[in-house]
Design a protein around this ligand. Structure first.
Ligand code: B12
Ligand code: SF4
Length: 534
């Protein structure tokens, strides 16, 4: 089958400000297995430009695909962009199957199938195996209810073949099949690197770059985060083969910068250590950046020299809060002492520490922002990143905040860079002032500037310079957006109203709901397996 993968352009800072792009790993991860299954696959990365919808449509028309697959890693805030594209593509290519996937559609498939008739299929959860099975079913005209992990509208898919057993379902009925099993062997999933021209993808100061995944999932359960539930279990690739793949990308394609997509690459000390040792043995000058937990850094105090030797240059630590009670309430599994110690250890080993903290909680007061600033200064991280509390519907955090009002009703702004929930005690303009003030104080204090300009390690200085250059552009951009582009409301809907009450359902309920494939009359349209996850 002729397949076009589309990476929609994303409006967020992460896509628009750096003036360089990383490859869309999610789509490339589908591309590898589809190529291996014998399909003809092309990637249209509309982040470049960014491409207008009409340009995307004309590129798609020129390629004449039988199926279009689209999805975005920044999936919630990327959804409005994805829907604009599918509507236009559907008009231009009425016979093409349109398949949508990623984190947001995996949870919001009920609404999406109701609101977007242009979308024929949604793949829930990790896509590699499911999409190959779905495409095979479409090609061979097999019953779709045999394919686990998908959602479809019975009897309405376009194309010459009619792949659905119409006697089982009412025409137009939305059917969700039971969840696909977790992919146990990540080594079996090949990334379709041949779909990109590596020369186009750079990051971290024009270094040729890729996004990779050593592991999937997370053993922790922070209550505002949905990533651990999306992947369901923590698994990792073979450390030695993974190191060899990175080395190969360096030798064959000149890749210098590796950006880890892992939620938590260091979760298993033996696996991570084996990877570091294997990469050191490969002897390639690559830079590794990613995100991990402060507690893992502290656990690995005795092997941090291996991190550095393997090329780890920067880790983002999600500190989230500088208050022990809050850390406990959000199930972070960390403490102030651990967070501070992790930053100290990273400094000792010449690894840049980026501390991410979260603003915009409903109950926050001015005094909390003041305390945050003081705590952050005492932690002394090299870089900081402020994020706004964002209640994705599939997290316990959203359930907790259900009755609170939403200040930002434009989903494309649910990107951690806009305040989403109305703060009870601090008006939105003052939250912004606090965030910008804290960022400015932390980044412009003499210690930070000294590291930027006079750190003995050239690469460390370059990493600091890259981030401060981005910051210099982000700062006025955010203020400009706040003043002239973003719309906010203090009398908006409650979160429950905004998300239309489609709440996360507890796992024990889900197991009872995994009975999607049933004759039409016993399951009302759009309700089969409703609210079920991944
Ligand atoms: C690398 C990364 C980036 C890179 C993006 C590089 C790139 N070109 O993709 C950068 C730094 C630019 C970035 C920016 C942003 N990011 Co980011 N980023 C990540 C990170 C660390 C990894 C993403 C990834 O590659 N995952 C691995 C791939 C394999 O997973 P996947 O994309 O979900 O794809 C799988 C499935 O979802 C499914 N699938 C996906 N698409 C499709 C499509 C079809 C048709 C099918 C069938 C299946 C399918 O199959 C895939 C394979 O199993 C994640 C955190 C994480 N650990 O996932 C955050 C994450 C995706 N980012 C996030 C956010 C918010 C952003 C920004 C909006 C931040 C900002 N304000 O600027 C922007 C958005 C712009 C963007 N380009 O993504 C959030 C998204 C939350 C949400 N649910 O909406 C995440 C999850 C972080 C988090 N912990 O919450 N990001
Ligand atoms: S450690 Fe990170 S990925 Fe894991 S549950 Fe917490 S926030 Fe999510």
């Amino acid at each position: 089958m002729k397949i076009l993968l589309i990476n929609p352009p994303h409006p967020s800072i992460g896509s628009r400000i750096p003036r360089e792009h990383l490859p869309p790993l999610g789509l490339l991860s589908l591309g590898g297995p589809l190529l291996d299954a014998g399909h003809e696959v092309k990637l249209l990365d509309a982040e470049f430009g960014p491409m207008s919808v009409s340009r995307i449509v004309s590129e798609a028309q020129e390629y004449e695909p039988e199926a279009i697959l689209l999805g975005h890693s920044g999936s919630t805030s990327g959804h409005p962009s994805a829907t604009r594209i599918v509507r236009a593509v559907r008009m231009a290519l009425p016979q093409t199957w349109i398949i949508y996937g990623g984190v947001f559609p995996s949870y919001h498939w009920t609404q999406i199938m109701e609101q977007e008739p242009a979308i024929d299929f949604i793949v829930r959860g990790e896509g590699e195996e499911t999409v190959v099975r779905l495409v095979a079913a479409l090609e061979q005209n097999q019953p779709l209810e045999w394919v686990t992990g998908i959602v479809f509208r019975a009897g309405t898919a376009p194309g010459p073949k009619r792949p659905v057993d119409e006697h089982l379902f009412e025409r137009g009925q939305v059917v969700a099949t039971p969840p696909a099993p977790v992919i146990r062997d990540l080594n079996a999933c090949r990334v379709g690197w041949e779909l990109i021209d590596h020369r186009r993808y750079t990051y971290y100061g024009k270094r040729r770059a890729v996004v990779v995944q050593f592991s999937r999932g997370c053993p922790h359960r922070c209550h505002y985060c949905g990533q651990h539930e999306f992947w369901r279990t923590w698994r990792h690739r073979d450390p030695v083969k993974f190191a060899a793949e990175l080395a190969r990308m360096h030798r064959q394609h000149g890749v210098e910068l590796i950006n880890f997509a892992d939620e938590n690459p260091t979760a298993s000390r033996p696996a991570w250590k084996a990877f570091l040792e294997a990469l050191i043995a490969e002897n390639v000058p690559i830079i590794l950046i990613g995100t991990t937990r402060a507690s893992d850094i502290v656990r690995d105090a005795d092997i941090l020299h291996l991190y550095k030797r393997a090329g780890v240059e920067r880790f983002l630590l999600g500190l989230e809060s500088t208050d022990d009670a809050t850390l406990q309430a959000i199930h972070k599994g960390s403490t102030k002492a651990i967070d501070r110690e992790a930053i100290r250890l990273m400094r000792r080993h010449g690894i840049i520490s980026m501390a991410a903290w979260v603003a915009g909680f409903v109950q926050e007061k001015d005094s909390d922002y003041w305390r945050t600033l003081r705590q952050l200064l005492s932690y002394d991280p090299d870089q900081i990143q402020a994020l706004y509390a964002t209640p994705h519907s599939w997290t316990p955090f959203a359930v907790q905040e259900a009755k609170h009002r939403v200040v930002q009703t434009d989903l494309s702004r649910w990107d951690y860079k806009h305040q989403v929930l109305v703060s009870a005690h601090v008006p939105n303009w003052r939250v912004l002032l606090w965030v910008k003030f804290i960022e400015a104080v932390c980044q412009l204090r003499p210690k930070s500037l000294l590291r930027l300009m006079a750190h003995p390690d050239r690469r460390f200085r370059a990493g600091m310079r890259w981030y401060s250059n981005i910051g210099r552009r982000v700062w006025p951009y955010e203020v400009w957006q706040w003043l002239f582009c973003d719309r906010r409301t203090r009398s908006g809907p409650t979160l429950a109203e905004f998300l239309k009450g489609r709440w996360r359902i507890e796992p024990k309920v889900i197991s009872r709901l995994q009975v999607a494939v049933r004759p039409a009359r016993s399951i009302p349209a759009s309700q089969s397996c409703r609210g079920e996850i991944a």
